[in-house]
Structure formats: C-alpha cells, structure tokens
Design a protein around this ligand. Sequence first.
Ligand code: FAD
Length: 544
Amino acid sequence: MIRIHQVKTADPADLEKQILKKLNMPKKDLEYWKIHRRSIDARKHQVQYSYVVDAKVANEKKYLKNWDVFRTPDETFRFKPAGEQRLKNRPVVIGMGPAGLFAGLLLAEYGYKPIIIERGSAIEKRSKDVDHFWKTGELDPESNVQFGMGGAGAFSDGKLTTRSKDVLGRKVLEDLVSLSANPDILIDQHPHIGTDGFISILKNARKRIEEQGGTFFFDTRLDDIEVFNDSLCAMTISRLEDENFEGKLDDVDVRTRITETLPVEAMIFASGHSAEDTLRTLEKRGICMEPKNFAIGLRIEHLQSYINEAMLGSACHQKDLIPARYQLTHTANTGKGVYSFCMCPGGYVIPSSSALHTVVCNGMSYSDRAGDQANSALLVQVTPEDYGSGLFDGMDFQQKLEKKAFDLSGSYKAPVQLVSDFIEGKISDHFEEVKPTYELGTVFTDFNTILPEKIAESLKDALIHFEQKVPGFTKNALLTGMETRSSSSIRVVRQSDSLESNIHGFYPCGEGSGYAGGIMTSAIDGLKCAMALMNRFERPSDLN
Ligand code: FAD
C-alpha cells in the first residue's frame, strides 16, 4: 500500500480523478483506495478539500518516487506484556475519566481483570444528578460534571483533538469506533463526538470491561493508601451508604460512608484535576508532587452565525463547513500568553462546579452542534508569581476565584459581562443579541474587580488584539465566569521509564496528575500507564 498526501479537490466526488491526476496514473494501476484523513481548507474564502489517501496500486515502486507518496506505515497496535512480578491482587484503576477508562479497557483486554473505583455515579444516575443541578442549583459534590462515570469528558464538546499521530492515538480512535462512535472520527481532521455520543460509548465500554472480568465500584472513593518499603500495599475506600440520598447538601456533605481497607500492589491513579481532597491525602503519604503552571480565564459567547461569517466569508452557508470554529492566541502586553481553548461551535456554557459554594463554567455541545451560539474559553497562563510557590497554592487560587463568583449572588448563578463593558471597566446592565446559555441564571458583574489585575489586563489586551484580527469579535459578545478548571495546577511526579511515582506500584495518570490535557491525551496516557503496569507486573495467578 502507498500513502498519498495532499490530494486536493474542490469537489469530493472528484477524488479518484484527482488521485489519478496527481500521480499521472492510468486507471488500471489503481486497484483500491481509501481515505486515511481529510480536512477542509476554507481560507481566503475558497473551499478546498484535502485528503491523505491509502491506495493499493500496480507498479508501486514507480509511484513511490513521487514527492508526496510514501509506503503506508504499519499502524497496528501490538503489545506483549513483559511483567515478571506476579500480582497477588487485581490491579486497581482510580477514576473512570478518559484516562482511567482506557487504562481499564487495555488491562481488561489483556486479562488483568481490573477493579475500577469511581467516586461519582454510573452514567444513568449521574446524568440525572447533573440535570437536577442545572435545573435547581442543588449540587451533589460527588456526582456532577467533573465526577462520575466518564469523568470530565462526559458532558463535553467531545473534541478529540491531539497532535499525537502515534499508534496509541489511532488505537484510542479505533476503540471509540468499536464502542459506537461515528467512524468519521478516524479520518476527520477535527474529530468530534458530542456529549450525547459519549453516553452510549461509556455504557458499551463498561459492558466490555465487565465481560472481560473487570469490576466497577461507583459512588466509591479512594480515601487513602498505605505504603510499605516504598511500595504500595493497601488502599482505603469508602462507599456512599445511600447513593440515592434525597436530602439537601448545603455547606457540607453529610452523607454516611462505609469504609474498608483492601490490599493492592498496583494502582493507576487517574483522578482528574478536581480531586483536591485525594491529592492532599496522597501528598501526606509521601507521594511526590510539584506545582505546575496552568491557566484560568472566562468563557466568551458569540452568535454562531457571526462566527460562521467571520471565519468563512462567502462560504458561511456551506453545510459541510458550518458551524465554524476558531483558535486565537496572543502574547499580551503583560507578557502573559492568552489563548482561546476548548471552543464549542453550536454549544452551551454549562455549570461545572464540583465543590459546594463555587461557580465554575465550561463548554459543551451535542453531536449535531446545532445551538445558535458558539462559546470558547479565553485563558491566561498563570504561574506561581500569580498565586505563590506552595504545592496547593494554585488550587487555593482557583477556589478563591470560584467562591468569589458564588458570593456575588450567594448561588450558582454565573457572573456575566458584555465584552465591551469589560474593556471599559463597567458593570453591564443588559444583554444584546447574545443571551447567556448558562442554565442556572446569571449576575452582572465587572470582571475587573474579580480577576487579579494582571490577568484582567492580559485578557483585555488580547481581546483588543483579537478584534483587529477578527473584526466584530468584541461586539455583541458575552463573557461568563469562572473558567478555572481547564488544567491541573499540580504534577504527581513519575519516573520517565517505569511511569511509577516514587512509590512502587503507584502510576500517576491523566490530566489530574499533570500528564495530559484533553480527552485524547488523557486516554493515550491511560494506555501508556496500563502498558507500564503490565510490563512490571504479571497477572494474578488465580486469574485465567
Ligand atoms: P477526568 O476526566 O477528570 O476523570 C477523573 C475521574 O476520577 C472522575 O470521574 C472523578 O470522579 C474520579 N475521581 C476523582 N477522585 C477520585 C477518588 N478519590 N476516588 C475515585 N474516583 C475519583 N477535552 C477535550 O479534549 N475536548 C473537549 O471537547 C472537552 N470538553 C470539555 C468540556 C467540559 C465541560 C469539561 C469539564 C472538560 C472538557 N474537556 C475536553 C477536558 C477533558 O474532559 C479532560 O481533559 C479529561 O476528561 C481528563 O481526563 P482524565 O481521565 O485525566 O480525568
């Protein structure tokens, strides 16, 4: 097989003709072809489809001389566990976000029968808890947008963005397709699933892991670990006694938990970035951690029709190009990097708190991306200079902002401000065409009085710059806060070869441990940690 890059056409129906033309090939030489990747380039308002094509051809050697033609690489995932230390207990995965899920899938595939412990609820109950919060403002701090089956990726835009073109990225996409994702994700340049697509994937993944001998414990939290001779030897977990508790949780979680301690020698720790309680406990047990730079900011909303026009010009009604997306970056006059992040075309700004009395927002879309508005995070890089050099100073800084936002109304209403008013430094008193999609209500504010001065200055400078790049970007645009949970402020240190922490058998994994940012990179890191575990440990002897 040969791989042909940069096959361009204005009409996808013409693709075969363009392959033949590009290689100056008679039709009889082209035995078979399929699309490996496709992208659409709508720059300069001229739409061009660009393809990478795999083809079986006669006279292969002749065509390989061509500039854009290579032998198709072998992208099959191959792995043979080399672990020699036999496990006495089944391996444990903490968290069923993308990292824990893909670690669990691989361990199960290789017969390791993992135990997956998730503090939040299974997706059926979790969906109801999230919906209840969005409608009533009653938050369950253990089952919400951050915590529960599927992790932070479940109620997301489901962009499967990664720069990684390696075999593991391909395996993640192929696994997702085998679990019911649309096969287009294998070839699209910007693959996307949507929150509705994720739900069935999660249910299928659970079924597959259980069929392969894995076990799930939902509403069950890792509370502590025990270490002996620098090796992991036990864990304490606690399960909610009544996961269907119907009382109100006001200031604190008053529910009763049943606690037990179990032996464990191998654990993949994929808790995500909001499990502050767990990270604080692990630090006390001697797990080595370090602070890392992260980013905070606000979410910006526009009319999707404006974004379509601004990005696509005269092609703004072309069905396969819309809803359009954007990506913007700027180095502000403060020296800080500012960038758009996790842009959700046709999406919604959603209440995303996991801790009581905090306001956090993020973005979500459905698979059809049919909403009237576009939203995106606008993030500013922050460093210990902004919040202090202590290990948990970054988390304290995030929480202070989230609590400040809550205190504005004493509720989960989100602070909002028109972009033009933010630049002028005045509280807004009306909405324009863009109305907030944040479901729990809003409160007008001046973000200049909430955000630290340097961060507000950086955002304003970037917005003025973005207006020059994309005229209209600051007009008829709405800001919502607080976008504080886009990345982890802590890294759980691990060895570069074994992927273990300073404690043997403990594998820090995914976004919360500081090794990923997004669904794809977290899932890939889950696979890496599962392979590292299997290269050190052999399956328990009583497992066939
Ligand atoms: P998480 O997904 O955070 O999962 C961690 C899991 O661990 C959670 O389920 C949690 O309940 C559990 N847990 C925590 N502590 C414990 C404990 N002590 N015991 C047991 N379980 C525990 N990324 C993209 O690439 N594309 C997008 O479109 C996108 N949209 C997003 C939209 C929203 C609303 C949000 C919140 C995030 C979005 N992201 C997106 C980011 C992406 O979801 C995360 O990068 C990704 O989920 C991180 O994966 P993870 O497995 O490392 O952690």
